[in-house]
Write a protein of this length. Structure first.
Length: 42
């Protein structure tokens, strides 16, 4: 069983990733609305 600290860390990392993905989507949508090209560097 995971320790409480490990569970908290996992939740925090997952939340941070969700926030990052949401921000990226919003930026991409805004950029497309104003006609800015996005260079995808993944």
């Amino acid at each position: 069983m995971k320790s409480t600290q490990q569970q908290a860390r996992t939740l925090m990392m997952r939340q941070a990733q969700l926030v990052k993905n949401r921000q990226q989507s919003m930026l991409e949508r805004a950029a497309s609305e104003i006609g800015v090209e996005i260079n995808d560097r993944k």
